[in-house]
Design a protein around this ligand. Structure first.
Ligand code: SF4
Ligand code: SF4
Length: 385
């Protein structure tokens, strides 16, 4: 098998025996057995997407059945210690896991749940632009990391898949700092994500796309049955196959475009896919998140500085839904959210907003929606984006 092999499995439900079988087959497909992936006695970190507290049915985090199957495989095939950890955008890892059911899995299997709080420096491969990262201590100290992303639309990066999921290795406020540093430059943010992912280099990434999320993702979208579980040792290959199934190409996804710029192959034909075929799994009507910066034709780009405001997707607050909890105020890296008084609906100063969509991801009421500006709508209607 090649390192870029993707193991793809049609799964319509979270019926546990089927999930367990699929995860077992993933080990065979990618390593010739899980025992070859997990060194005896190894300290294994499972890194699920634990964005914020939500039920399993809301499809914000990987389903507990998937986490259970992977954890059991690690324990059965020689791991010395297995931990589940993340630095959620909102609340603690414990609170997120209690709400989605992963805490029950951890309790029954005797696995520690860790909310990342401490960071250590790691150096990056030589050719990367970033020379070092400061990431969660548990990730730096793990013998192997198993990356557990969830398939979701993403208002900033279009989709969140394997590469994006590792952003949670930045602890607490560091996430806001990196957002602020990247500003409105999504390509720079994609480079950061790629360099972080390929510095940490998980042993394998297993994508829960049995029920994913469409629309106003990654925190407040609509659950959508995608019907597959997919895994690879190579994150770009996995993300490319998942995007293809969802009807998107490499050039639709910032991290995949950046992967090509960094010299990765983004040709689907170069990726060996084993298990089920892509064709029957294809989805033709995925509702995307609102679509970010639109370039438009040349005459529009020449005046882009003047019309930028009308050519972007922006966070909008629904004041009827906003409960004034203040979570978005704390999350905003650009300090562009204002609240006129305690518990009152917030407003956004769009001139200062860097369009990171942290507020939209984390709002517990779904009161912040990524909306296309008028120019984006027009260009889309005219097929000129
Ligand atoms: S927009 Fe959402 S997160 Fe922000 S104050 Fe209102 S309810 Fe809270
Ligand atoms: S208002 Fe929302 S999208 Fe804009 S910078 Fe703040 S958190 Fe990011």
């Amino acid at each position: 098998m090649s390192n870029t092999t993707v193991s793809l499995h049609a799964c319509k439900t979270y019926h546990y025996p089927d999930i367990k079988q699929a995860v077992s087959t993933i080990g065979e497909d990618l390593f010739g057995g899980w025992d070859k992936c997990i060194p005896r006695g190894a300290r294994v970190l499972l890194k699920p997407n634990l964005l914020k507290p939500a039920t399993a049915e809301q499809a914000v985090s990987p389903h507990p059945a998937v986490v259970r199957a992977v954890a059991e495989m690690c324990l059965d095939f020689g791991a010395g210690k297995v931990i589940i950890g993340d630095s959620p955008g909102m609340a603690s890892a414990e609170k997120v896991c209690a709400k989605c059911g992963i805490m029950d899995v951890a309790g029954e299997l005797g696995i520690d749940l860790v909310n990342f709080t401490e960071s250590v420096d790691i150096t990056t491969p030589e050719k990367f632009l970033h020379k070092k990262f400061t990431i969660a201590r548990e990730a730096a100290e793990a013998d192997i990391i198993i990356n557990l992303p969830k398939f979701k639309t993403h208002a900033m990066m279009v989709l969140t898949l394997a590469v994006k999921n590792l952003y949670g290795l930045f602890v607490g406020k560091q996430k806001a700092r990196w957002h602020f540093q990247s500003g409105r430059d999504y390509d720079h943010f994609a480079r950061l994500l790629m360099e972080l992912a390929y510095t940490v280099n998980p042993a394998v990434s297993i994508l829960d796309a049995i029920v994913g999320m469409e629309g106003n993702g990654p925190g407040n979208g609509t659950p959508r049955t995608m019907g597959f579980l997919a895994a690879s040792r190579d994150m770009v290959s996995l993300d490319l196959v998942a995007a293809e199934i969802a009807g998107l190409g490499f050039d639709d996804i910032y991290t995949l475009r950046m992967a090509r710029e960094m010299g990765f192959s983004t040709e689907l034909s170069d990726i060996p896919v084993v298990g089920d075929a892509i064709g029957p799994l294809r989805i033709h009507d995925l509702e995307p998140a609102a679509s970010m910066q639109v370039q438009g034709p040349l005459f529009i780009r020449l005046f882009s500085g003047l019309v930028e405001h009308y050519l972007t997707t922006q966070p909008r607050v629904d004041s009827q839904l906003c409960k004034g909890c203040g979570i978005c105020l704390q999350a905003c890296p650009a300090a562009s959210i204002r609240q006129p008084g305690p518990n009152l609906p917030v407003t956004i100063r769009h001139a200062a907003c860097i369009r990171c969509f942290c507020c939209q991801e984390l709002c517990p009421e779904g009161a912040i929606i990524a909306k296309d500006a008028i120019g984006v709508k027009l260009l889309k209607a005219l097929n000129l984006e």
